[in-house]
Design a protein around this ligand. Structure first.
Ligand code: UN1
Length: 549
């Protein structure tokens, strides 16, 4: 072992102790499934999950997982809790969330330690993630006194037309490894003030973070008698079990993860409401007037933060040809000097990839870029000065040739296609730049005209986050306009990642269309009722219909 693998384990055990978890075998008790049958071929238990750290690959222990029967049992209990929680006044529901926010403040350091150990984030980013949880609790508390509907002018005399928002029912929250706490909190804090129980299925890669948060929630539930215990469940289960279960009594499935996972969920959800936050392949345009000092900071944080494993990570950079070489050289210098290694070490800015699979897909993507004529700078594995057993890489900067728009490509194909209009779909003109590879790879290319750069920027299937760096008002406004970026998040003079919780978070196209956290995202967790109240003593019909008996 080259460096302090065992030390990082000691730190996580100490953090668990402070959270009240004294023995590792207690970790098994946090998944809320009750199994009232022996495992069988028909109803197998999922394989245990290993709790391990990407810092050095070390394992803390295994935890048991639920069968599909166990998850059904949780849904039933969530349904019971819903009956009373939906009738609890919203500000009282907000009180639960307010007290949760206080606990998260109290245990901020411990929770951040768990994130650092289990995901490999540097402490600054781990603390930032816990802060997102605190922020969304504050937001939700205020919201608990503002869940409001409209009144609408009725066409009928002495009638009132109004909207009310009612609790929806149990919400299933599926979270990804890269934000193992914050994304749950975005959903849970809102779902709770809106009157819904929450069932949390965390990523199989991050059960410990979920257990840490759930231990705090459970402690709070014990302190607050008035709150039904069944508003918060944690279910550790593997992918197969999650897909086997019919989540029919769940009223909303809110899921974060890959586009592939989103398709699977959408298919099994049927008409159940879904809120999907899927792939991002985020781009930035650097215009001639951009401040390059600011650009380098925004680009590097966006591209290498969380080791390139955020949904909002910057993956595609379009630089005006007049600034291209200058910016490229500054980025190369910054990348060359990045402090990479054990994230618990002071000064480190880039921790490990989550696992060997992530490393392999990164290398495959770099190979694909090379075969498309890209020049790959860095991207190699680092093995010296870092803990053995972890996958550490120097983030890659890839200079890509200027590309055709897909429609131009297809147009050209059709022009040259044989008389029967046959187009060879095996040469679709797709590039590795069109795919989201969950690793620190920044593709860089040059442009001449802004409209063309925007078209290329939008020419991918994902639509989460985007940015333009410019001091030209017209360029900035164009990028934010209907003819500009087609993403859910559109930024000017800041990077693609690091969104605040106050705005709605999510994106278009294969990103799934969902909006979480701020603004009016709360409406996802409620059902809308339109009511007409007739206080006239007569029965005028809408649309002026006469229907005399
Ligand atoms: C994610 O990667 O799924 O905007 C969430 C950001 C963070 C959230 C990212 N506030 O980068």
């Amino acid at each position: 072992m080259s460096q302090n693998g065992s030390n990082s384990k000691a730190r996580v055990v100490a953090a668990l102790m402070r959270l009240g978890i004294r023995e590792l075998n207690e970790l098994n008790g946090f998944s809320d499934h009750h199994e009232d049958h022996e495992p069988s071929e028909l109803m197998p238990h999922g394989a245990p999950l290993a709790i391990r750290s990407p810092i050095d690959g070390s394992k803390l222990c295994d935890v048991g997982t639920a069968s599909s029967m166990g998850t059904l049992n949780i849904m039933e209990r969530a349904g019971w809790a819903f009956d009373s929680w939906r009738m609890t006044p919203a500000p009282q529901r907000g009180e639960f969330v307010r007290r949760l926010g206080l606990k998260l403040r109290e245990f901020k350091t411990e929770l951040a330690e768990l994130i650092t150990w289990e995901v490999g984030k540097i402490p600054q980013e781990a603390l930032g993630e816990v802060q997102e949880m605190i922020d969304i609790c504050d937001f939700a508390v205020g919201l608990s006194r503002q869940l409001h509907g409209l009144t609408i002018a009725s066409e009928r005399a002495r009638h009132r037309l109004m909207e009310q928002w009612h609790p929806l029912g149990p919400v299933l929250v599926i979270t990804a490894f890269n934000f193992p706490m914050a994304v749950w909190a975005w959903n849970a804090a809102l779902a709770w003030v809106c009157g819904n129980p929450v069932i949390w299925k965390p990523s199989e890669k991050t059960p410990l973070c979920a257990i840490g948060v759930h231990s705090i929630v459970k402690g709070l539930l014990r302190e607050m008698d008035s709150v039904p215990e069944g508003i918060a469940f944690l279910v550790l289960c593997d992918r197969e079990v999650a897909h086997q279960v019919s989540w029919s009594s769940v009223k909303l499935i809110s899921a974060t993860g890959s586009t592939r996972m989103g398709y699977e969920i959408a298919q099994s959800a049927g008409l159940t409401r879904t809120l999907l936050e899927l792939g991002g392949n985020n781009g930035m345009i650097v215009a001639p007037s951009a401040d390059l000092e600011l650009a380098v900071r925004a680009i590097v944080f966006g591209a290498v933060g969380t080791c390139g494993q955020r949904c909002t990570t910057l993956r595609r950079l379009f630089v005006h040809e007049s600034r291209y070489l200058e910016l490229r050289d500054r980025l190369l210098a910054a990348y060359r000097n990045l402090p990479i290694g054990d994230p618990t070490k002071p000064g480190v800015l880039v921790g490990p990839l989550i696992d060997g699979q992530a490393f392999d897909s990164m290398q495959r993507a770099l190979e694909a870029a090379r075969s498309e004529g890209g020049t790959v700078h860095f991207g190699e594995r680092i093995t010296t000065g870092v803990p053995a057993g972890g996958y550490y890489v120097r983030p890659a900067l890839v200079e890509m040739p200027v590309r055709l728009l897909k429609e131009d490509y297809y147009g050209a194909l059709i022009d040259f296609a044989p008389g029967d209009g046959y187009v060879d779909t095996s040469k679709m003109g797709d590039s590795i730049m069109d795919e989201e590879t969950f690793a620190p790879i920044l593709h860089m290319t040059r442009y001449q005209e802004l409209e063309r750069a925007i078209a290329l920027h939008n020419d991918v299937s994902q639509g989460l986050s985007s940015a333009i760096l410019t001091n030209d008002l017209r360029e900035a406004e164009l990028f934010c306009s209907a003819a500009g970026s087609d993403c859910g998040l559109v930024n000017v003079n800041c990077g693609t990642s690091g969104a605040e919780i106050g705005g709605a978070f999510g994106g278009e196209k294969e990103t799934g269309g969902g909006r979480e956290s701020g603004s009016d995202a709360w409406k996802n967790y409620m059902r809308r009722v339109t009511s007409t109240i007739n206080w006239s003593g007569e029965l005028p019909l809408a649309q002026g219909i006469q229907f005399e008996l």
